[in-house]
Design a protein around this ligand. Structure first.
Ligand code: AHR
Length: 496
C-alpha cells in the first residue's frame, strides 16, 4: 500500500526504554528448565556446572536484562528450601500443574543464580503466596541477601555461597486470582500487604517489590490493588497472552493456520496497547507520578501444544508469525515506556513463545530469538516521539494497521527504528520523515522475513528464518522511501 506516513521526531525524547522490557520468564514447566537449560554435570551435553553451554552462548547474544523464576503457577507451589543443599538429597515433588512431571529440585536457588551470573542477567524471584507461608518467603529473602549472622546466612554458607547475592526484583505471588490461590482482589491485596512487610531490605540490597496483577482486562483487580496496596509496591504485574482461538476450546495451531487466523493473531497482539492504556488510567488515578511500574511479566503467543507432545509441557513451534507478535509487542512496550518498566516473554526455552527449542543435544534459534537480537539496541535508549498515519488491512473480520513502529536514540546518538509489516501478502510502502536530524544521514538495515507465512526453523533446517541485510529504501535528505516486504520485522540504524 502507498499511504503509510511515518514521522520520527529525532529531537524529541520521551523518556527511557527500560532495558527490562526485554526481560524473560523461565518456569519449571515441561522441558523449559530441565533439558532446556539444566542438564546436570554428568550429562554428555556440553555444560558448565550442569547448565548447557550452547544455551548460555546463544542467550548471551540477546543481552537478557532480567529473568523471572521459578514460575508462573509453579511459583505458588514451590518451596525453596527443597531446592538447596546437596542435590542427591533434595526432596522430589510432583509438578502437578505442569504435566505431572517429577521435579527433583536439582535446579534451585543456587543454580538459578549461577545461570544469572553466566548470562549477566538480574534475577527476578517470584515468591509463594498461594501455598507458602510468610516465614518461608521472608527467610528466602534473608537466605539470598542478608550479609550478617543469621540461621539463613549460615545455611547459605554451608551450601557453598559466602557472599549474599544481589536481588532486586521480587514478586509476591503469581496469578493469585487463579492458580495462585483463586483469591478475590480484596483478599490478595491484604495478603500482599502482609507478605511484603516481611520481605526485607538487608544492607544495601533494596528490593523492588512486585504485586501480582490482573489477568488481561480485569480492571477491577488493578483498581483494588492500587487503592489498597499501591503505596506498598514498586511494580504491579499484568499478564496477557496472544491466542488466536479460544483458551479453553482450542487456541489454534502454531504452524497450521489460515491468512484470516494470521490477521486475527495480529489483532489480538495489538490489543496489548488497549490493555496498557486502560490499566494505566487506573494506575494514574492512584499514582499520577508513575512511581509504580507496570510489569508485564507474562506475554507472548499461546497455541495448542505441538501434536504428539505432552499438552502440559506447552511446547510449540515458532514461525514468522511469532516474530511479528514479538516485534509488535516490543514496539508497544517501547511506546509506553513511561509506565511499562518490565516485560517478560513466556518463556525462554522449549515453552510457549520460546527463543530456543532443543532436542537432546541439538538446539535451534526461533524467529522470536532473532527479533530479540535485532531489538536489543532499544535497551536503555531514549524513546523518540513517533507520529504514524498508516493504512489498514482487513481479513477474517479483523481490521488492523498495516505497520507498527517504535524508535529510540542510543547513548551515542544513533537512531534505531523498528518497523513491522503485519500484512501477510502485501508489501508496505512507507514515507519516513526523520524530523530534526542533521543531513547527510547514513542508513543501515536488517530484516527478518520469509516467503511463507508459516516459515520456521527446524532441527533439519535450522537457518530458514534468519535476519539479512535490508536495502529496500532510498534516501532523500532526511526522508526515506521504504518498501517493507509482507510479514517482516525490520530494524533501521541511522547516523548523521
Ligand atoms: O506461562 C505459563 C503459565 O501461564 C504460567 O505458569 C501462569 O502464570 C500463566 O497462566
Amino acid at each position: 500500500m502507498e499511504n503509510n506516513q511515518v514521522i520520527i521526531n529525532t529531537d524529541i525524547e520521551e523518556g527511557t526504554i527500560n532495558k527490562n522490557i526485554y526481560g524473560h520468564f523461565a518456569e519449571h514447566l515441561g522441558r523449559g528448565i530441565y533439558e532446556g537449560i539444566w542438564v546436570g554435570e554428568d550429562s554428555p551435553i556440553p555444560n558448565t556446572n550442569g547448565i548447557r553451554n550452547d544455551i548460555v552462548e546463544a542467550l548471551k547474544n540477546i543481552s537478557i536484562p532480567v529473568i523471572r523464576w521459578p514460575g508462573g503457577c509453579f511459583a505458588d507451589e514451590y518451596h525453596w528450601k527443597d531446592g538447596i543443599g546437596p542435590r542427591e538429597g533434595r526432596k522430589r515433588m510432583v509438578n502437578t500443574h505442569w504435566g505431572g512431571l517429577v521435579e527433583n529440585n536439582h535446579f534451585g536457588t543456587h543454580e538459578f543464580m549461577m545461570l544469572c551470573d553466566m548470562l549477566g542477567t538480574e534475577p527476578y524471584i517470584c515468591g509463594n503466596v498461594g501455598s507458602g507461608t510468610v516465614q518461608e518467603m521472608s527467610e528466602w529473602v534473608e537466605y539470598m541477601t542478608f550479609d550478617g549472622e543469621s540461621p539463613m546466612v549460615n545455611w547459605r554458607q554451608e551450601n557453598g555461597r559466602q557472599e549474599p547475592w544481589k536481588v532486586k526484583y521480587f514478586g509476591v505471588g503469581n496469578e493469585n486470582w487463579g492458580c495462585g490461590g483463586n483469591m478475590r482482589p480484596e483478599y490478595y491485596a491484604d495478603l500482599y500487604r502482609r507478605y511484603q512487610t516481611y520481605v526485607r531490605n538487608y544492607g544495601d540490597n533494596k528490593l523492588y517489590k512486585i504485586a501480582g496483577g490482573a489477568n488481561v482486562d480485569d480492571y477491577n483487580w488493578t483498581e483494588v490493588l492500587m487503592r489498597e496496596a499501591g503505596h506498598l509496591m514498586d511494580g504491579l504485574s499484568i499478564h496477557y497472552y496472544t491466542i488466536p482461538g479460544d483458551f479453553w476450546t482450542g487456541k489454534g495451531s502454531a504452524t497450521d493456520f489460515t491468512e484470516d487466523e494470521w490477521t486475527i493473531t495480529m489483532q489480538r497482539v495489538l490489543h496489548t496497547e488497549e490493555l496498557i492504556k486502560n490499566h494505566s488510567i487506573i494506575m494514574d488515578k492512584y499514582d499520577p507520578d508513575k512511581r509504580v511500574g507496570m510489569i508485564i511479566d507474562e506475554w507472548g503467543t499461546w497455541f495448542d501444544a505441538e501434536p504428539g507432545t505432552n499438552p502440559g509441557f506447552l511446547y510449540q513451534q515458532n514461525t514468522i508469525r511469532d516474530a511479528l507478535v514479538a516485534g509488535v509487542s516490543l514496539n508497544i512496550f517501547n511506546n509506553h515506556c513511561d509506565r511499562v518498566q518490565m516485560a517478560n516473554i513466556a518463556q525462554t526455552v522449549n515453552v510457549l513463545q520460546a527463543m530456543i527449542l532443543t532436542d537432546g543435544a541439538k538446539m535451534i534459534l526461533t524467529p522470536t530469538y532473532h527479533v530479540f537480537e535485532m531489538y536489543k539496541v532499544h535497551q536503555d535508549a531514549k524513546k523518540l516521539a513517533v507520529e504514524i498515519n498508516v493504512d489498514s488491512i482487513t481479513s477474517g473480520g479483523a481490521v488492523i494497521p498495516q505497520v507498527s513502529v517504535s524508535a529510540s536514540k542510543d547513548k551515542d546518538g544513533k537512531v534505531h527504528i523498528s518497523l513491522c509489516n503485519l500484512d501477510n501478502h502485501a508489501d508496505a510502502t512507507i514515507t519516513l520523515n526523520l524530523r530534526g536530524i542533521v543531513d547527510p544521514i547514513h542508513v543501515a538495515g536488517r530484516i527478518l522475513t520469509s516467503e511463507q507465512m508459516d516459515a520456521r526453523n527446524t532441527f533439519e533446517a535450522p537457518n530458514t528464518v534468519e535476519p539479512t541485510a535490508f536495502t529496500g529504501f532510498t534516501v532523500d535528505g532526511h526522508n526515506l522511501r521504504i518498501s517493507l516486504p509482507s510479514k517482516s520485522v525490520t530494524m533501521l540504524a541511522i547516523e548523521s
